[in-house]
Design a protein around this ligand. Structure first.
Ligand SMILES: Nc1ncnc2c1ncn2[C@@H]1O[C@H](COP(=O)(O)OP(=O)(O)OP(=O)(O)O)[C@@H](O)[C@H]1O
Ligand SMILES: [Mg+2]
Length: 235
């Protein structure tokens, strides 16, 4: 039995803005075994990003409990969450947020210079197939290549979990497939537990587990007996 990396019990999140309250999470229970690729699907506003942000230590839950390898994240203050994020979490977002005036290598080095046990930037870029482009400025790279640099940047510190919020949202299908391939390659090589939010239902075929969101809750969980490779995807 693989270890459980995340477990949540009755997790809720209510945003309060002025007099308005929005219940973004209404009691989420889940268990994520270490090393899995998990895809999160669901309509806009159903709470996917809210859950991912809480799992990544970017935000606090309102009630309920969330554990990372048995450590309760929901009892940590901002300082504790920052330390957790630094040590354990890599993020990939829809927009790559690279520094345009730096090369691919330098963008990754920004992270490896402050991490405890990082890979070399060129090693991280090789993982996503971009070692030959490491001296190019990010402005000289395509959207898909920039996203792969962002993945290299996220994995260079050897995180235990990789949290991806619509990583292919801005990409066409061919480059999107290359990005999924890069994520699966990292998962295969390092066993990095990988969560991917997407609006593209075809991506669920590459997952071990699919979480379906509806109205602030997980309405269904599906376990895939066999995972597809990125090359088998069509969208
Ligand atoms: N910072 C915030 N302040 C107030 N309300 C918020 C905030 N962030 C999210 N919400 C609300 O919480 C609910 C869930 O939002 P969330 O971003 O988690 O949805 P999502 O499933 O990621 O949607 P999408 O697919 O559009 O990204 C929505 O009703 C949203 O408007
Ligand atoms: Mg979202």
């Amino acid at each position: 039995m693989p270890a459980v990396v995340f477990s949540a019990e009755s997790l809720t999140k209510t945003y309060v803005t002025g007099e308005a309250e929005v219940c973004a999470l209404r009691g989420v229970d889940l268990e994520i075994p270490a090393g899995e690729v998990v895809v999160l699907l669901g309509p806009s506003g159903s709470g996917k990003s809210t859950l991912l942000n809480i799992m990544g230590g970017l935000d606090h839950a309102t009630s309920g409990q969330l554990f990372f390898r048995g450590q309760e994240l929901t009892s940590l203050d901002d300082r504790g969450l920052t330390a957790y994020r630094r040590q354990h979490v890599g993020f990939v977002f829809q927009f790559y947020n690279l520094m345009p005036s730096l090369t691919a290598y330098e963008n990754v080095a920004l992270v490896t210079e402050i991490a405890d046990d990082p890979m070399r930037p060129d090693e991280a870029l090789a993982l996503v197939g971009l070692d030959a482009r490491m001296n190019h400025f990010s402005a000289q790279l395509s959207g898909g290549e920039q996203q792969r640099v962002a993945i290299a940047r996220a994995v260079a510190k050897r995180p235990d979990v990789l949290l991806c919020d619509e990583p292919t949202g801005a990409l066409d299908s061919k480059t999107g497939i290359r990005v999924i391939e890069a994520l699966l390659g990292v998962n295969a090589q390092f066993g990095t537990t990988t969560l991917v939010i997407t609006h593209n239902a075809s991506i669920q075929a590459v997952a071990d587990r699919v979480l379906f969101f509806a109205d602030g809750q997980i309405s269904r969980i599906r376990k895939n007996e066999a995972r597809r490779t990125a090359a088998e995807l069509v969208w």
